[in-house]
Design a binder for this molecule. Sequence first.
Ligand code: AMP
Ligand code: MG
Length: 390
Amino acid sequence: MGPLAVERVDVMSTLGRVLAEPVVSPSTIPPWPNSSMDGYAVRAHDTGRAPVELAVVGRIIAGSMPSRPLHAGEAMRIFTGAPLPEGADAVVPQEDVAADNGRITIAASVSSGAYVRPAGEDVRAGDVVVQPGGSIGAAEVGLLATLGYSQVRVFRRPRVGILSTGNELADLGTEPGPGQIPNTNTYSLMAQVIEAGAEPINLGVAPDQLDAITERIRWGFDAADVLVTSAGVSVGELDLVRDALERCGAELHLWKVSMRPGKPITFGTRGGRPVFGLPGNPVSAMVTFELFVRPALRRMAGAQSLHRPRISARALATIENPGSRRGYLRVTLTPDAKGFGARLTGDQGSAILRSMVLADGLAVVAPDTTIAEGQAVDVIVLRSLEPRSR
Ligand code: AMP
Ligand code: MG
């Protein structure tokens, strides 16, 4: 499934979205050579026999143009960002001159180009300044505004229907009844959808009943480009999501992946729209979203790069992955002189959501493998490594 349609949006609404066309600069920035200091515009050649005295023949402030060219033996007072007069090719900072009664004395010669920002040092007309397929960040927004783009063409954000299933779920705002637990997955998954640059649609909670699940899935396929369900996809008799998907006409392409957390997961399509049936445990749902759903959403959002960065870190303590499944273990990452050290966040149970709160990344460990302290381990980096509350 390729990128979705293209739409024009206001530049301030493009943050985190993916550009659909190259941005070609219509202009040269800066349009004229200008001063990078408060001082005096001069002809460098005039200062060759320093010390030299020059007559101050004008004053150029930022936001105005010089009134006339600069001739030999002359200087003009100039301020940061103001255009150089024709004939001038250098600026002497004001701290380097002695000014007296309309004349300045320059003690040392200056070279051509000193303290001058040449025209086009940032962007030249016709330059491709942002390539399509890249995510738009604050710097891109600034550059687009500089070039006069109030709107740009970006890919439409995928709409992602999120359905939680389970008799035991009490939704946010309702008191859990006897034997009930709070609904976590709807919210963590909607947040992951937003983080991936897509738009969540909350399809609510369906009880473990085939009709109820089928009905919500139908709504989902009507309203969304992608469907993500959680729970009810394992082998129990109340695991009805796969049946419901097939009843809605979805073709299921896989079931179960040899990974931990995770394993019971299904993937299907219906009329070209993907559907992911994720496991119910909150950590399993989040990790399988990361590995399977997020790259698909990035693709549909038009992004060239689909995957999180992976780094090689050193284990700060033993990291064990017993059993026959590939492990995606929650680790903290600590920068040090040699790169990053990785340490398990603690117990790795797939219902321990705190392990995701604590995690900077997922250590990818082969089945039945122990990584000893000091050994290298591959880590998928889940977030920027800024200090944060946890
Ligand atoms: P299941 O795959 O339906 O057997 O669910 C696996 C585990 O995940 C069970 O302990 C469920 O109670 C739990 N679970 C399922 N859905 C959610 C949810 N939306 N929020 C929190 N826990 C859930
Ligand atoms: Mg269940």
